[in-house]
Structure formats: C-alpha cells, structure tokens
Design a protein around this ligand. Structure first.
Ligand SMILES: Cc1cc2nc3c(=O)[nH]c(=O)nc-3n(C[C@H](O)[C@H](O)[C@H](O)COP(=O)(O)OP(=O)(O)OC[C@H]3O[C@@H](n4cnc5c(N)ncnc54)[C@H](O)[C@@H]3O)c2cc1C
Ligand code: SF4
Length: 696
C-alpha cells in the first residue's frame, strides 16, 4: 500500500475511533501518526522529505464483515510491508534506536534504509508514565544540541534539578537521611516524559523514521526457520463475541530484516519472545514495582523549582519495598508518586490506597494544599536489575530498553539506559544490515550483546545489583536501608557476591487470612481521590464491543481459584478499578468476577501480580488506552464523572447520580473487603460488564 494508501487507512481508523467516542475531540485530526498528519494537514512527513521512497505494499486486503456468521477473519490475508528495521514501541528506547539507525544510514548516503516504528498509543508519549528526572548522558550523544539555545528545535521544557532531598517518613514526621551517590541529581533535568517522547518523535521523523502511532503490534511473525520475521498489528472491528463487525479491518504485517522490541516494562510480545527463545535461561526472573503518579499545579508560593524529593517508610509497611517522590518542574508543576514493589505479601494492600495516604503526610500535603490535581497515571517498572537481564538478542531481532529490564532501581531511572540500549542495538543492527540486501538467513545481533556488556548500562547496573534484593532479607526495610548504605558508600558493587531475588512477585502474595486487613481512609476529594475520579484523569478509553484485552480463559474458574484465598486481591492491586468481585447468590462462592476493561490504564500489574498467573494482558485496538492530552486541563469533578460514564463500561446505573457514586468522601474503591458494594442493591450491576462476562 502506498503511503497515501496507508494514510487513508489510518485516518479511517482514527475516524472510526472518533465517531465511536462520545466525547469526540478534534485530537484525532491532530493525531501524531505521520499518516494522519499527512492526510489531514497536507503535511509532508520527514520520512518522505528525508528521502523515504519505498512505498508500503500496494495490496489493500480488507473486507467489511458480512452478515455471514461463519466468516473467519483470520482467513483473510493481511496486507504486508517490507522494511529494514521494524521497531515496536515509541518510547525513549524505540525512538533512540530509530533515530540512531537513520543517522547512521543517512551519514552513509543510504537514505533508502527503512526504519519503521509502531506505537500503540494514539499519540507518542500518551502511554508513558514516569517521574521524570532524566540523566542526559545518552541524549547528549544522540542529539548533542538538544538543549542548545542555538537549536530552534531544542527541547525547551527541561528544568535543571537543583536540590535533592531524601527523607524517612513516620506517620507524622520526616527524618532527613543522607542520599546515596546514585541519588545525586546534579546535572539532571526534570521533564515530562510524555512531552519529551513527542519531541523525540519529531526528531525521528526529521531524520526519516516512519512513525506510526495508533498501531498496536499484537503478534510476532516467524520465518520457517524459527527466526523472527516481523510483527502484525491486531485486527480492528472485532466484536466481543469474536465476530467481525461491519467496520472490520484486518491487521497489517510488517516484515523486517531486524525487529527491535521496545515495549517498555513487561511487554506483551516480549513475553512471547522470551519464552520462545528461552532468553531467561541464564538470568533470574524479573521483579517489578508499580508506580502511581499524579501531576499537580501547586500554589506558586510553595513551588521550589528544581526540587527533587524522595521518601521511604510511611505509608508502606516494613515488609513492602517502595518509596515516594515529588519533583518540582516547569511553572508551578509537581510530579508526585509512589512506587510499590510488587513482591508485597499482604493481599489486602492496595498500592492506590497507599499513594492516597502518602499525599496526606505533612511532607507532601504542605505542597499539595491549595493546588489542583491535573493528571493521573500508573505503570509498572523493572526492579530486577543486573541479575534479571535476559539474553537480549534473538534470531531476527533484539530487546531494548525497559522491556529487557535496564532500569537502575536505586536511581529510579531507566530513561538514559533505555536510550543507550536502543542506540547500541541500532549500531549493531546497522552494521549487520548495511551493505547487504540479503534477506536469506536471520540476522543475529551478537554485537549488541557484546556492546551491552561493555557499556555504561552494564557497569551501573552491576554496581547496584545487591541493593534491591537486600530488602528481601528477614531484616526487611531496615536491613535493606542499612545494607544499601554499605554498598553505596563502601562496597560500591565490588562485593564478590550477588544476592538473588527470592521469588517471583506473584509467588510472594500470602493468603488473605494470614495477613492483617487494611482499611483505607475515605478520600477527601481535595488531596486524595476515589479511584474512578483518578481514572477519569487518564482520559483512558477502550471501545466496549471488542474482545477483552485482559484475557482470562475461564472467569468462574478464576474466581473459584483466587477469591477464597486472596479475597479480591485483583481489586486492590489494579490502580484503575478494573477488577471486581460482585456479590452473586447464584455462585457457589457467593461472588462473581467482573472485568471493566475499558478503565485499564495499561500498567500491566495484573499480568505480573495475579497469584495464579491466569490473566494475560494483550494489546487492545491500536490508539486505545490512556490519553492524557484529553485531560490536561484541570477539570471539575462533574466533568470527570461525565467522561468516565461515557467512556467506561464501569459507569453507574442510570438511577444513581454522580454524587452517589463518585463524590468526595466516598469509599476509595467503592468497595469493602474486595466485594463491590454499590449504593443501591447488589442487583444493580453495570450492564455492559455483565454482558462482557456473559460473552467471555
Ligand atoms: C512511575 C515511574 C517513574 C519513573 N521515573 C523515572 C525517572 O524519574 N527517571 C528515569 O530516568 N526513569 C524513570 N522511570 C523509568 C522510565 O520511564 C523508563 O525507564 C523508560 O520510559 C523506558 O523507556 P522504554 O522506551 O524502554 O519504554 P517505555 O517508555 O515504557 O515505552 C514503551 C512504548 O512502547 C509502546 N508499546 C508497548 N507495547 C506495544 C506494542 N505491542 N505495540 C506498539 N506499541 C507498544 C508503549 O505504549 C510505550 O509508548 C520511571 C518509570 C515509572 C513507571
Ligand atoms: S487491568 Fe491490569 S493493566 Fe489494566 S490498569 Fe488494571 S492492573 Fe493495570
């Protein structure tokens, strides 16, 4: 299909999405995808201007579903395109790899070298949640004038970090503790990673990368010899019952000589590739944390531009790893959040509830009082570090960035390592592919593995490798702090031992009856908020009538397995209120399991933490999920409510007002003990969710 052909396809997808969305915003017109920009604004993407000449495949094979129920979408051949390198994921890793590849190709006069990048978010950056204090080491190499006054396209909204603060919190006080050298942020910048990613995307287009936002890669493709051939995007317009609807559109295949997977933490394709090629054969399992974050606009009198504050201790119990942050950036903006290690044992613990509690601590409350919460997000991050890095190269491609697990936990930074790994993979891939058009035989990036081992990524992760696992000894939090101090100041990573991660995160969860039940305070609607108000601030949206992207083979079996032992742990670990157990006398265990998939914010916690590992997070239709741009301006409670009731399946029944459901002071999760108690009767369940369960 030619580029204009793809443009029309993409714009049609956008149009359909917009029409299906009740609050259709003009955003689709300004979609970040090259294709839609090209079509709508008459804009010539850099991929064209920079000498991109090879057209996408010219066979358009799509078909609208007929009324024939026997029609099987998978029998329709997918249109395909051949590129040199296909990159899955438009975060810092994917974009850095793409830019580096085209820089190398352009410098060698090889402008026809095609680099194509797929991003599931409607716009680059929309699905990225991060602090973010960035260490600019990799960026300085990739785009040396990124911050130069002489560069008209410089990234302007970068606030230099000026002051570090580390505190140990008890319930009402905060005790200063010395920050280890890893947490020194001198020379770093506080940024919005969302904005930075969009800016990086523009730089990628300038050098000729073909950037396609709104395309979720859902399937790995393999050559007959087993090597990776590329990826396919998912079909659009499939109903919840698995049947095509009249807007059905078959996914596309992208065949590449090399496929770089840059999906971020716990990627859905990465999972498959790791399994297929047994990439964890020499490494320990990955472990994770869940980061929950808000951005606030605060009282200018309290704003301390450049402040980077971290905390440990309260509100988390001593058997749970984690900590809070607060970064002051831009004009009176504050990024505040909490990371909770997902190896926490108590199934009554709710990371969302802990975060709401944290904001009421005097250290944080002081800054937030009188301010406005603007946005909300949640995302998992890797905590396994050095011990958990899998083999990163496989026949036909490689893993780059967080999906391989390069985050430095004591620093809470992964942007620079993600970028660096992307650049290293790009160098290895370009060396392997340049000068040959040989498509026979798979490329294997041995050189990338080698470059990684000799890189700063390896050195810095090795140096801090024992810090995170030291919190898993019987000494818990206090032992971990003491040991980490020893590592930071004295051992400096030279210790001859390497501590192991004791278990996978889901294995750490204890039965509910062995743990203390935790009751969370009601939100006050000023500093703390109920979960649906927060979700509405993500602007997340998924079309209701599509196969549930949170795949649970048998919902009843799941409930019978999980409920008696863990009493609704899914309801509490999900930071978006997606999972519920609803009282149901017809069920033997007295409850039924319900998934409100529309609210999902793509954090991936369920896939990691569910005790019996029977939830599989799969990409929903491309372009769906969080859309912070639609929620950027501070909104009233009423408008938040309206949005979510239109967008989400989890909307209250029509005889309940928004005040009944989601008012300041209502329960944090609208639930008690893991069973959702709606304010009227338990028969008032949410219609679409019921049908979702029926059809599953
Ligand atoms: C709460 C939190 C706070 C953090 N704070 C900091 C900090 O202060 N400083 C710092 O340096 N780092 C921080 N990090 C880490 C940093 O965000 C990551 O290390 C960095 O974003 C990793 O980049 P990446 O490109 O590998 O992955 P990501 O940034 O996660 O990007 C992956 C992209 O791939 C897309 N994608 C995924 N799957 C598919 C698919 N199948 N098809 C198409 N697209 C797909 C996603 O939508 C996303 O846009 C933080 C992380 C979190 C969660
Ligand atoms: S459903 Fe899973 S991925 Fe989605 S928000 Fe909840 S825990 Fe995160």
């Amino acid at each position: 299909m030619s580029l204009p052909g793809l443009a029309s396809s993409a714009i049609r997808r956008s149009t359909l999405r917009a029409l299906r969305t009740v609050e259709a915003s003009p955003r689709w017109l300004a979609s970040g995808s090259v294709a839609s920009q090209c079509f709508v604004r008459g804009y010539r993407p850099a991929s064209v201007t920079a000498g991109q000449r090879r057209a996408l495949s010219s066979t358009v094979r799509r078909r609208f579903a007929s009324v024939d129920d026997s029609f099987d979408p998978s029998t329709i051949e997918r249109e395909s395109d051949e590129v040199d390198v296909c990159i899955v994921g438009g975060g810092p890793a994917g974009l850095s790899a793409a830019i580096k590849l085209k820089q190398l190709a352009n410098a060698a006069g090889n402008e026809d070298f095609r680099v194509l990048l797929l991003e599931k978010a409607g716009e680059l950056g929309d699905h990225i949640v991060s602090g973010n204090v960035v260490e600019p080491s990799a960026l300085n190499e990739l785009i040396p004038d990124w911050n130069s006054e002489d560069n008209p396209n410089r990234f302007e909204p970068a606030t230099p970090a000026t002051k570090d603060k580390l505190r140990f919190l008890t319930k009402n006080s905060s005790i200063p503790i010395p920050a280890p050298p890893q947490m020194n942020n001198h020379g770093n910048y506080i940024i919005s990673l969302n904005q930075f990613t969009k800016w990086l995307g523009e730089r990628a287009e300038e050098v000729g990368v073909e950037v396609y936002a709104g395309f979720a890669a859902s399937e790995m493709l393999y050559h007959p010899d087993g090597s990776v051939k590329g990826v396919a995007t998912n079909d659009l317009g499939i109903g919840r019952n698995g049947k095509p609807k009249d807007n059905f559109e078959r996914g596309m295949e992208f065949h590449a000589r090399c496929t770089l997977i840059a999906e971020g933490c716990h990627g859905s394709l990465t999972k498959k590739v790791i399994k297929k090629f047994d990439l964890r054969r020499d490494s320990q399992p990955q472990t994770y944390g869940l980061g929950i974050k808000e951005v606030w606009e605060i009282d200018p009198a309290k704003f301390e531009k450049g402040l980077v504050a971290h905390s440990m201790g309260y509100p988390l119990p001593s058997d749970t790893y984690g900590g809070g942050w607060m970064y002051h950036f831009g004009d009176n903006m504050v990024s505040i959040g909490l990371v909770v290690g997902l190896d926490y044992p108590n199934p009554w613990l709710a990371p969302y509830g802990e975060f709401q509690k944290m904001k009421h601590h005097p250290m944080y409350k002081h800054y937030l009082e009188g301010g406005k919460c603007i946005s909300y997000g949640a995302r998992t991050l890797n905590e396994g570090g050095y011990q958990s890095i899998p083999k990163c190269a496989f026949p036909g491609g490689a893993l780059i960035g967080d999906t391989a697990g390069f985050l430095n936990v004591p620093k809470i930074k992964g942007t620079h390592t993600a970028m660096r790994s992307g650049m290293l993979a790009a160098e290895a891939a370009y060396d392997a592919l340049a000068g040959t058009k040989d498509t026979e035989g798979a490329v294997f990036l041995f050189d990338y593995e080698e470059k990684l081992r000799n890189s700063s990524i390896w050195r810095e992760l090795k140096q801090v490798r024992n810090m995170r696992p030291s919190f898993n000894t019987p000494l818990g939090l206090y032992g971990g702090i003491a040991y980490s101090g020893l590592e930071a100041y004295i051992l400096r990573g030279y210790s001859p031992w390497t501590l192991k991660h004791r278990h996978r995160d889901h294995e750490a969860t204890k039965p509910a009856d062995q743990c203390k039940k935790i009751e969370y305070p009601k939100p006050d609607g000023k500093i703390s908020f109920d979960i649906l108000t927060s979700v509405s601030r993500t602007g997340t949206n998924h079309e209701e009538d599509q196969p549930c992207h949170l795949q649970v083979a048998d919902w009843d079996k799941h409930a019978a397995l999980e409920w008696p032992k863990y009493k609704g742990v899914e309801n509490r670990f999900c930071p978006a209120g997606v999972y519920e157990y609803v009282e149901d006398e017809t069920k033997e265990i007295g409850v039924r399991f319900q998934i409100n998939a529309q609210n999902c914010v793509h954090c991936k916690t369920c896939d990691i933490k569910v005790p019996d590992q029977d939830i599989n997070w799969q990409t929903p239709q491309g372009g769906e999920g969080p859309n912070p741009a639609s929620r950027e301006s501070p909104t009233s409670h009423a408008r938040d409510y309206q949005t979510i009731s239109h967008h989400a399946v989890h909307s209250p029944p029509s005889n309940l007002s928004s005040d009944d459901y989601s008012s300041p002071g209502s329960d944090l999760f609208s639930s008690t003990g893991g069973i959702t108690i709606f304010r009227a009767t338990s028969s008032l369940h949410f219609g679409s969710a019921e049908s979702a369960e029926r059809d599953s």
